[in-house]
Design a protein around this ligand. Sequence first.
Ligand code: FAD
Length: 468
Amino acid sequence: MQEFLQACAAAIGAQYVLTSPADMASYLADRRGRFTGAALAVVRPGSAEETAAIVALCHQFRVPLVPQGGNTGLVLGSVPDTSGTAIVLSLMRLNRIRAIDTINHTMTVEAGCILQHIQQAAAEAGLLFPLALAAQGSCTIGGNLATNAGGTGVLRYGNTRELCLGLEIITAQGTLISNLRGLRKDNTGYDLRHLFIGAEGTLGVISAAVLKLFPQPKAQVTALVAVATPEAALQLLGQAQQACDASLTAFELISDYCLQLVERHFPALHSPFQTRYPYLVLLEISDNESTEHANGLLEQVIGAALDQGLAADAAIASSIAQSAALWALREHISDAQAREGKNIKHDISMPISSIPEFMRDTDALLQQHFPGCAMVTFGHLGDGNLHYNVSPSADLPGDALLDSQPQINRIVYDSVDRFGGSISAEHGLGALKREEIRRYKPAAELQLMATIKQALDPLNLMNPGKVL
Ligand code: FAD
């Protein structure tokens, strides 16, 4: 492999081919500390052409490669296995914003651009790039596209797939194919872009993309509403959609236990209410008229919900700082959970109408088999997407529960399946759910996926062991 590594160094500069264990360490470890892989090298090209040259060398020397952006993925998709035969292809140096077209409402970015930098560049141009998620300070747009990331704006703007008008990709053979024209209409055969979005790096490398931009809303108002049940939350969702239509840009569910975890681990953050309520809904309205208009809409929705007894209490943010404080409660749940200790995570989706019954049934099944386990339930209710996590508790401490992860996953995923849902709403399959999905996806569909993989990457060099 010395010859291969020398050829990589000649193509992009020896300083960008890392081989020492210390230099490679952070690229090989899963962010949540569950797994550490091994690699031949970490290779860091600085342009699409250099990336194509490295992929071509991988093809020539039959070296597998694992594309990596910010390494914030949650399903072990961006780290190599322990064989030490693959390279990690870090895209972080492809970090240029190539163009912003304020008339076409598009931005052309390289794959290694950090999501937050893209949001900032759009704002500086007076426009909005609406993809937003808690990892936005370190994840890359290439990773967002490769996992078809969701986040908090899906209700109004869709997943990353809906925000992309074109891709520049590198095939498994190292051919650079560019379609960065930013067309909103182009019916000229198969739309190949959609194969690479959500493929988790198993079909090719994304080196650049054209993203859709939107007008900046004139006003954004946020409220936290207390409700007694998930049914009440869903009824509130229906009424808010009816009143606000596309202006409703976020609708997040937070269980009281999640809030307690945030308050315990981040004492500066706390509920605005004196009383504890079983569930809270964080909702946001983005308005193209004015703050007064947005507040009027919000007060109308919340006033009606309070009058009907659907909502038990409500806090409307009256400043940007107050709005940030409400969002902080939602955004700190994952970190609070991590500080509490290990837990078993499920990122699931289903038809929104099924969520209350799913929660009732599955909570009961879990209590029956694992009495005392704690449920950390929160998520993007407006998208039918829950983070449905099972945690140790004083009644059922750590190891006993964590050792039972396979049984717990089975209970939750079988239940998701019964309700017509998906076992991975946002995070993908990676290596973590690759086996699990075989139980739930129809065999013919899996076979078709394998056929596509075989056609595009017959040597199985692109992120092997992930997804399929
Ligand atoms: P990585 O983790 O580096 O890679 C992810 C996958 O994409 C891997 O399979 C990798 O091989 C592949 N890949 C990366 N770059 C490329 C490329 N250029 N070409 C081809 N393949 C590539 N996800 C959501 O959908 N919604 C959320 O709300 C959300 N919240 C999160 C909150 C936190 C705190 C964290 C840690 C993660 C969250 N995620 C969420 C997970 C999410 O998938 C990632 O944060 C993000 O989309 C991945 O980007 P990344 O650059 O870190 O990709």
